[in-house]
Design a binder for this molecule. Structure first.
Ligand SMILES: C[S@@+](CC[C@H](N)C(=O)[O-])C[C@H]1O[C@@H](n2cnc3c(N)ncnc32)[C@H](O)[C@@H]1O
Length: 256
């Protein structure tokens, strides 16, 4: 599926906050190798290099467009490669493995987390953040429009529901069962978005992409116009901007 780094970066500040909050709970002091899985355009991966200048930092992403954007940030200790996480194995010196807003795109991620926790070296950290907003009006409206008579024929099975991510305690249990000490929490960020139809613009960079990929351009325009009216009722503009609450789940595991 195609990712557009420019559209994704429109809300870079809002999308970056959870990464910073996640990283704050990773207490590695002098990791040898740090890997950012699903690194996107690489700007957040670069924060890992600033935090641990002595580490080799690698960003991996399956999107060539994202990696070609990230490549501009590469240094001798910060590299980026196109790779799908499904076949990635934890290197023996990977003391920090981090992934921000990736795993909801990977249906097999529960199995992968189990494997990565087992492969992680002693003393290593495995930290991830996933959105917990599949029941929010933004996603409910997308799914209900996709299921309507007009779209059900073209969009059946294209959008995933609340089963996309586990409950927070299930993620915590999964890593604890693998022998890791776990910190897990959730946060709802209240984003205040400027401009016209900002929730639609946000979704165009992420959750709406499977729909846009499944429809010819004219139909994609028709779908997004109908979605825009639903979203403006669910998230009415205020004099301050559009208030967009966004719940996220955080899990940090540390192997003794
Ligand atoms: C929502 S973006 C997150 C990017 C970055 N981590 C951030 O927080 O800004 C999700 C990224 O995951 C990547 N991705 C999706 N499925 C993947 C997979 N199976 N293997 C590797 N990367 C994947 C996409 O290409 C995209 O860049």
């Amino acid at each position: 599926m195609h990712w557009d780094p420019t559209q994704y970066a429109r809300y870079a500040d809002e999308r970056g906050r959870p990464f910073v909050d996640l990283l704050a709970r990773v207490e590695a002091v002098a990791p040898r190798r740090v890997v950012d899985l699903g690194c996107g355009p690489g700007s957040l991966t670069a924060l890992l290099s600033s935090r641990w200048p002595g580490a080799v930092v690698e960003g991996l992403d399956s999107s060539p467009d994202m990696i070609s954007r990230a490549a501009g940030l590469a240094t001798d200790r910060l590299t980026f490669s196109v790779a799908a996480v499904e076949s990635w194995l934890v290197p023996a010196d990977a003391d920090v493995v981090i992934s921000n807003a990736l795993l909801q795109w990977v249906p097999s991620h529960v199995e992968l987390l189990r494997r990565w926790a087992a492969e992680l070296p002693a003393g290593g950290w495995l930290a991830f953040q996933v959105p917990g907003n599949f029941g929010a009006p933004s996603h409910v409206e997308m799914r209900s429009l996709a299921a309507s008579a007009r779209w059900a024929g073209s969009l059946a099975g294209v959008l995933r529901g609340e089963e996309t991510v586990l409950a927070l305690d299930d993620y915590a249990r999964l890593l604890m069962d693998a022998g890791l000490a776990v910190q897990a929490w959730e946060t709802t960020y209240l984003h205040v978005l400027p401009g016209v139809d900002p929730v639609l613009e946000w979704l165009r960079g992420t959750g709406l992409r499977p729909v846009l990929a499944a429809l010819p351009a004219a139909e994609a325009d028709e779908f997004t116009a109908a979605l825009a009216s639903r979203l403006s009722l669910a998230y009415p503009p205020t004099p301050h901007g559009t208030l967009f609450p966004f719940r996220r789940l955080f899990v940090v595991g540390h192997k003794p």
